[in-house]
Design a protein around this ligand. Structure first.
Ligand code: SF4
Ligand code: SF4
Ligand code: SF4
Length: 258
């Protein structure tokens, strides 16, 4: 009997908290279907049965913060037919990219008793700064529904059907009352959709964990925040969080100093 080839999936971790990998395990309803459609051959978070490449699809979590990882991601790329980055760490450098705006030696000296044993780069950078990436899935953590869509799309050989618009569109679809109208600053107008406008649902402003939406007008939003009474430092800090190194969040934070 002819053996049916199932695409081989690998899941990789770089500098990250593992939350995005856990999103794959959280796909409870779809996990069996995914496991039957794909051969999961390299997923150390879930199994010690790790098999060598090549791989049809690699999901990569985490940013590059060491020279060793800069070399490792190039090896991963060579073994992977398709490479998809998942989460703010992998797509924008993550919260650890705050180091990019500080003196790394001073930080390491403040944290570690013996800093001479620490080998780290001065920056945290997204995977796309090192290798070619086929698709970037945003979020901190990523949305499981979007993850299933991305995996399905790559299995079917089509483009993932994931909207690039802002959280505001999702917010309006769900008929939430706008928190900005009530005087609360919100990054929703410039933040990538995917969470279903989770924070405005609970009357909180979005703090941008999904990173920049397509063509965001961050300057206009900053002016609105100023009109609500936000100080330049507050605006700079708002743009400098989980996606601090992502343009144009970085540029807008720089424009307001710190
Ligand atoms: S993007 Fe967020 S949830 Fe995902 S690995 Fe990074 S810190 Fe964790
Ligand atoms: S609450 Fe935020 S996300 Fe919702 S419409 Fe207002 S600005 Fe946009
Ligand atoms: S509303 Fe903004 S901060 Fe809240 S989960 Fe969605 S993208 Fe993240």
């Amino acid at each position: 009997m002819r053996k049916i080839h199932r695409p081989r999936l690998a899941v990789w971790k770089f500098a990250s908290c593992d939350g995005c990998q856990l999103s794959l395990l959280d796909c409870e309803d779809e996990l069996l279907d995914i496991a039957s459609a794909l051969e999961i051959v390299n997923f150390p978070e879930a199994s010690s049965d790790v098999r060598p490449g090549p791989y049809d699809l690699s999901l990569v979590e985490g940013s590059i913060t060491t020279e060793h990882d800069a070399q490792r991601i190039r090896q991963v790329r060579r073994q992977s037919r398709h490479l998809v980055t998942i989460g703010a760490c992998a797509t924008a450098g993550g919260i650890q990219a705050l180091r990019n705006f500080s003196d790394i030696d001073a930080m390491v000296g403040a944290v570690y008793a013996k800093p001479e044993y620490i080998k780290t780069l001065a920056t945290s950078t997204p995977i796309s700064a090192h290798v070619n990436v086929d698709y970037e899935l945003r979020g901190c953590p990523i949305n499981t529904r979007q993850l299933v869509e991305v995996i399905s799309a790559f299995l079917a050989g089509r483009k993932p059907a994931i909207a690039a618009h802002s959280v505001c569109i999702e917010c309006k679809h769900r008929a939430h009352v706008c928190v900005m109208v009530q005087g609360t600053p919100c990054l929703g107008p410039v933040t990538h959709a995917g969470c279903g406008a989770l924070c405005p649902q609970f009357r909180r402003g979005c703090y941008g964990c999904y990173g920049p939406s397509e063509t965001p007008n961050t300057a206009a939003l900053a002016r609105e925040w100023q009109a609500l009474g936000a100080a330049p430092r507050t605006i700079a800090h708002a743009f400098r969080s989980f996606n601090a190194a992502a343009e144009p969040f970085k540029s807008e934070a720089d424009a307001h100093g710190d």
